[in-house]
Write a protein that binds this ligand. Structure first.
Ligand SMILES: [Zn+2]
Length: 580
């Protein structure tokens, strides 16, 4: 696939064949914003636990209106430390829109009519540790549950052979060993069958050293970085959630996002980029699909389908796992907006494993697992010249004696795509939030008509100086202005408000200066019955006023009427006419 996006911006070369560290990502974002000063702004949601900036790029063409007056999409990545592909997809999205403005119809329209708030690296501390050390960690570098974890005994994962990665150790143990070498590929370990008595058998550990070693048995120590930022949002939070923190929004990175989204009520859609698996997680989180409002479920599925069209990744309910208190859970339950969590990078799918997807099949048989893993090894040999898997290599372990270290590259094969496949992953996934943004509600003042009272208008006219003014306010978006039924339930959808402003040469005789006209449906709502027997959506309303022209000789600006329509999610639009 040629995507033609790698380019130079200022003195920074943007390429999507490697993962950027904090300073490099910051330089790329600054260069992009400096190269497009009318379209992009660089800010932050706040600072991380260790004091790094959590950048947010605001994208919109400011000459067509400020970001706050436009329907907006929030996009983030890399909330989990090692899921650095998410940052690169966000960076790709920023560059894609900016570099195509004026050349590409969709990008131009989106920047003219929408705002994007893109936070490429929610968790800069964790990402930096992941990219600059051998360590793997879930999210924050803040020790959790507490610093005492670091003093507990047991095997601590670390890079012993100096290859920069923490892989696996296998230790021969014909008595207790749980694993044996596959007869089909000596690199692969398969489960020892229930009746297997003939070794060799192996025990399998993370590569590492044992703190306070006094011989076997010893525990595998839990990570000292036990926090999970995507279980720390204030929705369906519970103390039982693994890594959920001491209370919702206890982590500064999470609190900053919540504050940011609350401070930008024009955000009507949300996209979070994670890895891995090649699926699109969606609501609901703590109840099954059947218990979700039917209208909201159908809307959510119709948006998700566009993601599947673009990426090939299926949408999956988040109810199957302990996924509560995530950003998408919060966005729907507390803001009434739809969000998606894309798990980027489908290693199994790449390797041609179609019948046993990563999250799909419960309890695959040992034979099915072996067949799938063999396909991944074959793919590694074919596509990566075998470099993704380190052959088992004898190592003199200071505590366990002779062991073998080997296995998959956990970072840039398992958790993230190998660099040469990164750009493809970025391209197809960056497109989905663009479609979601295009579907947001979008107010329009379609027409403002002025009729002189003397010429008719149902007897409203009294004399030549009296005018009837009518405006049609409409929603041109796919989604309703309230977006979801949930938003109505939680009183999170203020009405569309129409306001007239009269020039000083006019006075209002009838009609309200400010009128709330409720919600306007989107074109989604006219598709309910299928082609036959459907009814068009209620996506427009007519408002009327009667005004008197006090001074027909006044300059046009003094005789003008401005009709403004605004709603949190639908944006702010105005139309002006001159009377007389
Ligand atoms: Zn994640």
């Amino acid at each position: 696939m040629s995507t033609n996006v790698g380019n130079n911006v200022g003195n920074v070369e943007l390429s999507f064949d490697r993962y950027l560290k904090y300073d490099e990502l910051g330089a790329a974002l600054r260069a992009l914003v400096e190269a497009h000063p009318t379209m992009a702004e660089l800010g932050t949601t706040g600072c991380s636990y260790e004091g790094r900036d959590i950048w947010v790029v605001t994208l919109t063409n400011r000459s067509t209106g400020p970001a706050a007056d436009k329907p907006a999409m929030y996009v983030d990545g890399n909330m989990h430390a090692g899921e650095v592909t998410g940052s690169m997809v966000c960076l790709y999205l920023i560059n894609y829109l900016l570099s195509r403005y004026g050349r590409d119809e969709e990008a131009t329209w989106l920047l003219d009519h929408r705002a994007f708030y893109v936070c490429p690296r929610v968790n800069p501390d964790g990402a930096e540790k992941y990219l600059t050390t051998p360590f793997m960690l879930r999210s924050s570098v803040r020790p959790y549950p507490g610093p005492e974890v670091a003093d507990m005994p047991g095997l601590v994962a670390q890079d012993l052979d100096g290859d920069g990665l923490i892989r696996q150790m296998r230790v021969r143990d014909d008595g207790r060993g749980e694993w044996k070498i596959s007869v089909r590929d000596a690199r692969l370990l398969v489960p020892r069958l229930p009746d297997d008595r003939h070794g060799p058998f192996y025990r399998l550990y993370p590569e590492g050293l044992i703190k306070d070693y006094h011989g076997e048995p010893f525990p595998i120590r839990e990570s000292q970085w036990g926090l999970d930022m995507n279980r720390n949002f204030p929705s369906n939070w519970s103390q039982k959630l693994r890594g959920g923190g001491p209370y919702p929004t206890s982590e500064p990175e999470v609190r900053h996002i919540v504050d940011f989204i609350l401070a930008h009520p024009n955000i009507g859609g949300l996209q979070a980029f994670h890895t891995s698996g090649g699926i699109i997680f969606r609501s609901p989180y703590v109840y099954p699909d059947e218990q979700m409002d039917g209208y909201d479920f159908a809307t959510l599925k119709s948006l998700a389908r566009r993601g599947t069209d673009l990426t090939g990744y299926p949408d999956v309910s988040s109810y199957s796992g302990p996924y509560a208190a995530t950003i998408v859970d919060w966005a729907y339950e507390h803001r009434g907006i739809f969000g998606f969590t894309t798990e980027l990078w489908d290693l199994m799918g790449r390797a041609g494993v179609k019948d046993m997807d990563y999250y799909g099949k419960p309890n695959p048989s040992p034979a099915e697992t072996e067949a799938a893993n063999l396909k991944v090894l074959e793919w590694n040999d074919r596509e990566l010249a075998g470099q993704g898997f380190k052959e088992w290599t004898v190592f003199q372990h200071p505590q366990l004696g002779l062991v073998e270290i080997g296995g998959w590259d956990p970072k840039f094969v398992r958790q993230n795509p190998p660099p040469k496949l990164l750009e493809q992953e970025c391209h197809k996934n960056a497109l989905f939030p663009l479609k979601h943004a295009a579907a947001l509600p979008e107010l329009a003042v379609e027409q403002v008509e002025v009729r002189c009272g003397a010429s008719g208008s149902g007897g409203l006219g009294i004399d030549d100086a009296v005018f009837a003014v009518e405006a049609v306010v409409a929603n041109h978006g796919y989604l309703a202005t309230n977006i979801s039924k949930k938003a109505l339930d939680i009183k999170g959808a203020p009405a569309v408000r129409v306001q007239v402003k009269l020039g000083p040469a006019l006075s209002l005789l009838a009609g309200e200066t400010v009128q709330d006209i409720g919600q306007l449906q989107g074109f989604r709502d006219g598709q309910g019955g299928g082609m036959w027997g459907t009814a068009p959506a209620h996506s427009a309303a007519r408002c009327g006023w009667v005004v008197r022209l006090l001074d027909p000789t006044a300059p046009p600006e003094d005789r003008s009427i401005s009709v403004e329509a605004r709603q949190e999610k639908g944006g702010v639009v105005r139309s002006t006419v001159v009377v007389g």
